[in-house]
Design a protein around this ligand. Structure first.
Ligand code: HEM
Length: 724
């Protein structure tokens, strides 16, 4: 027996091969190679079939055919026609497919520029048709942009180059981070001379990449073509990455199992390629074997910078001046002789879905793409990390919210047992009691108060060189309007802030707020008695209401109204400041302001999900749920449900009026929605009247914070331009 084990062990030891990780890399637009893939096309059936499939998709979508590249004599000027670069994407996809057919899959991928399409295909996040559609979009851009831009190789590291571009006397942007001390930048040809003088004045070395002019690829100029470009991305269905994805668009790794938002493919061409940062993280993560699919993404020079002392093997799938078939066979043999770690790319769709659900945490989602993916795979799913069944479709969410007997709010009792967490009978009593305090007259008064307060606030802010729209405008406004609603004077509001602090995302804030309500409940001098605070105090004094219940109501109304409304104001201001055309449209047509607010609520709902618990066994979306099951009603998903909205991903102020779920529905539907809407409308209108003053500022990217299911902007800084 012992001997047997010994021999088994020995045999095992002999069979153990060192496992490696393999990274597929994909280059960008590459013109100096007019023969790549031609021999394989004739020799390899799988390769040829993929190319033919790409050609079918391309021509069906109105693109140029690509078969002549492979079937007709070599044409050295083939890639002078910009629209033919879709052929490179096709070659990359066919090459991936060919390697997959021989059992070779990547453990991670990295694409550069349009090479990201091949990378996403290899990682299972794009189908061939989706990749070809996006490629066609990229190589349609040139038809709409002037070929008037120069590309310059500038010897400056990335952050210094950002500063240089920010201070440059002419428009210039970084389009590619090449290596530690070098970037590619672009500028208009008419500004080139002035820019060159600036380089000389600052003692910088540079070189024109070519005398030719191009369109401003990877720059903010592409944003002018947003609608056109995004139309090519509409067919993309979100799918989880089956392996790690090094993203030069973001300059970081996107881990396996994540889902790329559809906007990713738009953002890719509107900003710089963070190539070197991405390559460095590939190397730092220990990849030693890199296979360049199609035209190379990485040069030996760049690799030497990123991994000076390391032995990295950079294998090319194609080589100029050699027999393509023989070369391909030699690379294939090298790879099949090695053993790689198991890769997720080989998983079938069910395994991929199950793996995704096992790990997915709703709070981590940064776009609606994961919900779309889940919805495409069923209306309800169990998410172990969130300990609940997620419900994704509009109609199903509505059904649950309208059935409070079976789908109870009891889970929310810890926040407030008498209104939000109360079940129907008790809830009705309290809701009826409170409803008159949210009357149209109250809403109208608060709306006027908002207009006056917002006007003063913004006037003050516009005197400053910099401010934060979230902290200094939305938060302050939301706080002051709530204080007014509660009957607190400006002085009391100040005292309250001194006591609670301003960070309402913090648990301590809520504790201190409750203490303030408790301490001040009986003694506080109110500005009016006919308000929430006054009414509750009267009821308590007449022994018709308990002190604790009154405090619970003050707390829940404050909690429910403060962060949510501030988030709505911030979202609407942010969109207005970034979309000049839209801002002008709503500024000149008052009716559109309300529609704009509704669209903000639908597309960027402050509360992304609400929860219910089953009181008895019930069937929901074909799934049997026992009593005491938690269901998560994903409002953001419901409001992007294509069965309920046409083109749900499109922000449109002309969308026909339709219900949405941002305020919930059923008995617990937001009691403060009238206030929230009126307040946001007034706050936005004040911003619209000051658009001219606000044009003198530049805007930083907003920062976000997630506190449970409330995802909100935490900062939107603006800074007065230093020069025109
Ligand atoms: C954009 C701003 C707002 C949003 C997105 C919002 C959203 C919601 C949602 C989704 C619910 C339903 C919760 C559930 O069914 O579990 C709700 C309930 C509630 N909201 Fe709002 N809300 C906002 C503003 C306000 C304001 C300004 C107030 C008060 C001044 C307020 C007070 C309440 C209260 C008290 C409830 C509980 C109602 C009940 O259980 O009958 N909300 N809110």
């Amino acid at each position: 027996m012992g001997l047997h084990l010994y021999y088994q062990g020995k045999a095992l030891l002999l069979n153990i091969k060192k496992e490696e990780n393999l990274l597929f890399t994909f280059g960008g637009r590459n013109e100096g190679w007019p023969t790549i893939g031609r021999e394989l096309y004739h020799d390899n059936e799988g390769f040829r079939e993929t190319i033919q499939l790409c050609n079918t998709y391309l021509t069906e979508m109105g693109g140029s055919e690509i078969l002549s590249y492979f079937e007709e004599p070599v044409n050295t000027s083939y890639f002078e026609d910009e629209s033919k670069f879709t052929c490179i994407t096709a070659i990359q996809l066919a090459t991936v497919k060919k390697y997959n057919d021989s059992g070779i899959y990547p453990n991670a991928v990295m694409g550069v520029s349009m090479g990201e399409l091949g990378a996403a295909y290899a990682a299972g996040a794009l189908t061939i048709q989706e990749a070809m559609s996006a490629s066609l979009g990229y190589f349609t851009l040139f038809k709409h942009l002037e070929m008037d831009y120069s590309f310059i190789f500038l010897n400056l590291d990335y952050s210094a180059a950002v500063e240089f571009c920010g201070n440059s006397p002419v428009w210039t942007e970084i389009i590619f981070e090449d290596s530690p001390g070098a970037v590619l930048i672009t500028c208009h040809k008419d500004d080139l001379k002035q820019l060159e003088e600036q380089f000389v004045a600052e003692g910088l070395t540079f070189k024109l990449v070519t005398q030719k002019f191009y369109y401003p690829y990877h720059s903010s100029k592409i944003k002018a073509l947003e609608t056109m470009l995004k139309s090519f991305h509409q067919i993309i269905e979100p799918k989880p990455l089956k392996c790690d994805y090094y993203s030069p668009t973001l300059g970081r790794i996107i881990p396996k199992n994540s889902i790329l938002a559809t906007d990713y493919w738009y953002n890719l061409v509107c900003g710089p390629v963070l190539f070197y940062t991405s390559l460095k993280s590939v190397i730092a993560d220990g990849y030693k074997l890199l296979l360049q699919i199609g035209p190379p993404a990485i040069s030996d020079r760049q690799l030497t910078y990123a991994a000076p002392a390391l032995q990295i093997q950079l294998l090319n799938t194609y080589q100029t001046d050699s027999n393509e078939i023989e070369y391909d066979q030699s690379i294939n043999n090298k790879l099949t002789a090695r053993t790689f770690y198991k890769t997720g790319v080989t998983h079938d769709e069910i395994t991929t879905l199950n793996e995704f659900k096992r790990k997915f945490n709703v709070s981590d989602a940064t776009s609606t793409a994961p919900f779309k993916y889940l919805r495409n795979n069923g209306a309800i799913h169990y998410l172990p990390v969130n300990h609940s069944w997620i419900v994704l479709n509009y109609d199903d969410i509505e059904r649950v919210l309208r059935d409070p007997q079976i789908f109870s709010s009891a889970l929310l009792k810890e926040y407030d047992p008498i209104l939000l967490g109360a079940d129907p009978a008790q809830h009705k009593i309290i809701r009826t009691l409170l409803q008159p305090l949210f009357s149209p007259a109250v809403i109208s008064e608060l709306s006027e108060f908002t207009t006056i307060t917002a006007g003063k606030l913004l006037d003050e802010l516009c005197q400053q060189d910099s401010f934060d729209f979230v902290k200094d405008y939305s938060d302050r406004l939301s706080l002051l309007v709530l204080c007014n609603f509660f009957g607190l004077s400006a002085i009391d509001a100040g005292r309250m802030l001194d006591y609670t602090g301003k960070d309402y995302h913090n648990m301590l804030y809520w504790q201190r707020l409750e203490e303030f309500f408790r301490n001040e409940f009986t003694t506080c001098q109110l500005t009016k008695e006919d308000c929430l605070w006054g009414k509750l105090r009267d009821l308590v004094q007449r022994d018709e209401f308990s002190f604790d219940d009154a405090i619970s109501l003050l707390r829940i109304v404050w909690t429910a109204g403060m962060a949510t409304t501030s988030a709505l104001i911030s979202t609407s201001v942010n969109i207005t400041l970034n979309e000049a055309k839209l801002a002008l449209q709503i500024a000149t047509d008052e009716k559109l302001v309300s529609k704009f607010i509704e669209e903000c609520l639908r597309m960027q709902t402050p509360l992304s999900a609400i929860y219910r618990i089953t009181t008895e066994a019930v069937e929901l979306c074909g799934q049997q749920l026992p009593a005491n099951t938690t269901v998560m009603l994903h409002l953001a998903s419901g409001m992007s449900d294509p069965a309920h909205y046409t083109n749900p991903a499109e922000f449109s102020v002309t969308r026909p009026a339709k219900r949405h779920l941002a305020f919930g529905t059923g008995i617990h539907q937001c009691i403060g929605m009238g206030i929230a809407r009126a307040e946001a409308r007034s706050a936005l209108q004040v911003v619209l009247t000051k658009l001219i003053n606000l044009q003198g500022y530049s805007y930083c990217e907003p920062e976000y914070i997630s506190v449970s299911d409330l995802k909100t902007m935490s900062s939107l800084k603006v800074q007065r331009h230093t020069k025109l």
